[in-house]
Design a binder for this molecule. Structure first.
Ligand code: ATP
Ligand code: MG
Length: 425
């Protein structure tokens, strides 16, 4: 893709209210645009990143048996009344035509549980594992930190329904492993943290937390046992106890909950077992925020010059830059080598953003650093004098030359190589 045709360019001006690295860098680099506090448009670059994160989440949910559905985000009052949640703080409630009371989905236990009740006919249908990936709406008191806390944000929510506690627990552990795979594949080093079970259960829920200064959560890691706890489940008298705990600022990128039978019971949903005895249905819910993940990745992977995307979620693999020349013949040669390379890389399944604009090298390099694509290739009079292309990875300081004949193979090898988890803080 040619940068000159890309909708959404870099800008030197930082948004006046940017309160975080992700809000500032994603806006300045042309990934997102704020419509209002807590609601962002994804520009073409930003949507590419979000979709890559979602695809990784989808693959890992499919791998543990999840089946993807899509529940309406526009919902009737009745489902929330049935579960006793019509009054919750974060729910956007409003009136539709004819005075019909509606809410925008803040989560979906309230819709998915009756859906499962409609379709589950026998104990043989269990376990049932359904997920969706769409926007959720929450009337957050304070939307802030770019993609970290939105009022409309993207969420993957999975719901599991089981007839035995053992079956539930087995799946719950599988989901933990799947979540950890998701974060690792996205370049995030997440830890599993015990948190409150909320209104649903006396047991803990489990959060997935990423350590970073930008985080608004506090995780207490017990120095002796290694147990990680959300501050909310640490006794208040221990909050200052740094002999017992290491305390970290973190961002919550996922949360899984044992819901016991709270929602099935609310709608009188039971299922007869093989002996014909009605059994309680045990449920879990499992949430990941792909949009918050996108913001978190930027918080963790950046430097003074811009974003440093892990290659698995970068909008493009390669940022190709051509440098101009006053000499027409040289310029034509640079253009023609670049155009051939662009097409050959795309044909090999490698995503290339080609900055072919007639700008000073310094400006193009600064834009490339800001946008943060992991591999930069430069074609110039200088490199072609050595039949080479300049290769520089975003997280490294030095460039090197790669022969024109070897470049496609080298890029392919680089794209396929396993990702290292590097922190760029
Ligand atoms: P928080 O405590 O940060 O408000 P939560 O515990 O209310 O989040 P959950 O209901 O557990 O959130 O939602 C599951 C996941 O959805 C979270 O782990 C997070 O990744 C994402 N998420 C929740 N609220 C938001 C939000 N306002 N903006 C962006 N992502 C969110
Ligand atoms: Mg949570």
């Amino acid at each position: 893709m040619r940068y000159s045709t890309l909708f959404g360019k870099t800008t030197k001006e930082a948004p006046h209210d940017a309160d975080s690295a992700n809000a500032r860098l994603l806006t300045q680099a042309g990934y997102i645009n704020q419509l209002m506090a807590g609601a962002y448009t994804y520009l073409p670059l930003g949507l590419r990143v979000l979709k890559k994160i979602q695809q990784i989440v989808r693959e890992e949910m499919d791998a543990i048996g999840g089946q993807e559905i899509s529940v309406p985000m526009l919902t009737p009052k009745k489902v929330w009344e049935d579960t006793g949640r019509w009054g919750i703080d974060v729910l956007y409630r409003f009136e539709g035509a004819g005075g019909k009371e509606l809410a925008l989905a803040a989560t979906a236990e309230d819709m998915v549980t009756p859906l499962v009740k409609t379709f589950a006919k026998s104990y043989k249908d269990f376990p049932i594992l359904l997920y969706q990936m769409n926007d959720k709406f929450r009337n957050e008191a304070r939307a802030k930190s770019g993609l970290l806390r939105g009022r409309e944000f993207n969420m993957k929510d999975l719901y599991s329904f089981h007839l035995t506690q053992e079956g539930f627990e087995k799946f719950y552990e599988e989901s933990k492993e799947a979540y950890l795979k998701v974060y690792k594949r996205c370049g995030l080093d997440a830890i599993v943290v015990k948190a409150s079970g909320g209104d649903f259960t006396e047991k803990y829920s489990h959060e997935f937390q990423v350590k970073t200064e930008a985080g608004e959560d506090r995780v207490y890691v017990d120095k002796e046992s290694g147990d990680a706890l959300n501050k909310e489940v640490v006794p208040e008298e221990d909050w200052e106890n740094t002999d017992k705990y290491d305390v970290h600022k973190t961002i919550e990128v996922g949360n899984i909950f044992p819901l016991e039978s709270r929602f099935p019971d609310a709608i009188k949903f039971k299922m007869n077992d093989a002996e014909g005895n009605p059994q309680k249905i045990i449920m879990g819910s499992y949430g990941i925020g792909p949009s918050r993940m996108m913001g978190s990745i930027v918080e963790v992977h950046n430097d003074d010059n811009g974003i440093i995307w892990p290659k698995s979620v970068a909008p493009f693999h390669v940022h190709l830059i051509t440098l101009g020349s006053k000499d027409d013949a040289v310029r034509e040669r640079v253009e023609s080598v670049a155009s051939g390379l662009h097409d050959d890389l795309e044909a090999a399944g490698i995503e290339v953003l080609w900055d072919e604009r007639d700008l000073r090298p310094g400006q193009k390099f600064a834009d490339a650093d800001l946008i943060g694509i992991p591999l930069r290739l430069v074609i110039s009079e200088k490199s072609l004098a050595q039949n080479s292309i300049e290769w520089k990875e975003r997280h490294e300081g030095d460039a090197r030359l790669v022969g024109e004949g070897e470049i496609i193979a080298e890029v392919k090898t680089w794209v396929d190589a396993p990702m290292r988890l590097t922190s760029h803080e």
